[in-house]
Design a protein around this ligand. Structure first.
Ligand SMILES: *Cc1c(COP(=O)(O)O)cnc(C)c1O
Length: 380
């Protein structure tokens, strides 16, 4: 096994309180979806100011089940961005629909809402905006456009649980917003996800779809009393267990404090990198509060791989979020995409490097990351 770099790409900040909550579940009778998951759903809904949250096994299943709950399938088109993790467009493919990509804004990497209208066809059933790195897509014009045409909005808010745009937050203007609790996300239980929605109908569908389409879930089974159940619709198996929910329930109380720390680190990076020739980074637009999930730098494309290697040599953990999805082999072959199809996403995909950003990063480690970037940029 390879050793982690001295400044790892990500370090979770789980506490003894989180671990103790897991131990409590492990000592109880019932390990899977039950009272702790219900508590998590309530706390998350309260944090987001939204009516319902349905906890599921991942953001991938959150996206997929949301599309299924909306009745989207074969013959339908779903508009989304190529500057995202493959989960977004893979969920569309799993639902049997066709992902239609639209290029992004050069300053943010977010779906360019001005281009969405041009991609709408009579088959368009939904748009999946991805709130990239933590900054929300321009939701007001997107919602106006979609509402007029009866097109659903499923937000990929895997990076953006904490994001704001004036009064708008995830799941405010979208029909559903999907979150991830994967190992490197702002809130984590290793693997997990959730859907937030204000629709009672969508909530009911999601609760059934996550559990085979059963009319009664395992939570009801936890009472130990037998009740006959029915299955009216084919569902899936994508519920979140109480073991995982236990790891998440107390993290919700620390969300704002951790966001403040990430914001402070991101501002130090922005200040330090502003004057470096050849280096740039995505901008947070006025009026937006970014969830500050990932901090990415943009370097000259021909120096990107060299820069990654040099940062790794200096014991800094890095990642690439993301190379444009439409140019990955499967998407090229299935849909005939070529380089040049979505030039702005491609340009970002060839220049981007993600550097460490998490609350547990010390000031000394932040200094070390800045010094390493400065040094490598000086050698370009
Ligand atoms: C992490 C991520 C996902 C997938 O989340 P999982 O919980 O791993 O399924 C989806 N979209 C984006 C933008 C992500 O970063």
């Amino acid at each position: 096994m390879q050793e982690a770099p001295e400044v790892p790409f990500y370090r979770h900040s789980l506490t003894e309180e989180d671990i103790a909550e897991v131990a409590t579940v492990l000592r109880s009778l019932f390990l899977t979806t039950g009272p702790v998951t219900a508590r998590l759903e309530e706390k998350l809904a309260a944090y987001l100011g939204v009516k319902h949250v349905v906890a599921v096994s991942s953001c991938t299943s959150a996206l997929f089940l949301s599309l299924k709950a909306l009745g989207i399938g074969p013959g339908d088109e779903v508009i989304t961005t190529p500057m995202t993790f493959i989960a977004t467009s893979n969920a569309v493919l799993h639902a049997g629909a066709r992902p239609v990509f639209v290029d992004v804004e050069p300053a943010t990497g977010n779906l360019d809402v001005a281009r969405v209208a041009g991609a709408i066809t009579p088959r368009t059933r939904a748009v999946i905006p991805v709130h990239l790195y933590g900054q929300m897509v321009d939701m007001v014009p997107l919602a106006r456009l979609c509402r007029e045409r009866g097109i659903a909005i499923v937000e990929d808010a895997a990076h953006a649980l904490e994001a704001r745009q004036g009064d708008v937050r995830p799941a405010r203007l979208g029909d559903a917003a999907c979150f991830s609790f994967y190992a490197t996300k702002n809130l984590t239980c290793g693997e997990g996800g959730a859907v937030a929605t204000s629709s009672d109908e969508l909530k009911e569908s999601l609760r059934r779809l996550r559990m085979h389409g059963m009319s009664r879930g395992a939570a009801d089974r936890s009472t130990g009393r037998h009740q006959h159940w029915d299955m009216e619709r084919l569902g899936f198996k994508a519920n979140l267990s109480d073991i995982q929910s236990a790891l998440l329930v107390h993290q919700i109380d620390r969300i704002e404090e951790q966001l403040a720390r990430r914001e402070a680190i991101a501002r130090r990076y922005e200040e330090a990198f502003r004057g470096i020739g050849g280096l740039d980074f995505p901008r947070v637009k006025a009026g937006n509060t970014s969830a500050r999930h990932l901090f990415t730098i943009w370097v000259p494309p021909e120096r990107r791989d060299h820069t990654i290697a040099e940062l790794e040599r200096r014991q800094i953990g890095v990642a690439v979020n993301y190379r444009a999805v439409h140019l990955l082999s499967y998407y090229r072959e299935a849909f005939g995409h070529e380089p040049g199809s979505f030039p702005i996403a491609e340009a970002i995909g060839s220049r981007t490097i993600t550097i460490p950003l998490y609350p547990g990063l010390t000031d000394g480690e932040v200094d070390r990351v800045i010094a390493a970037v400065r040094e490598v940029a000086g050698s370009w």
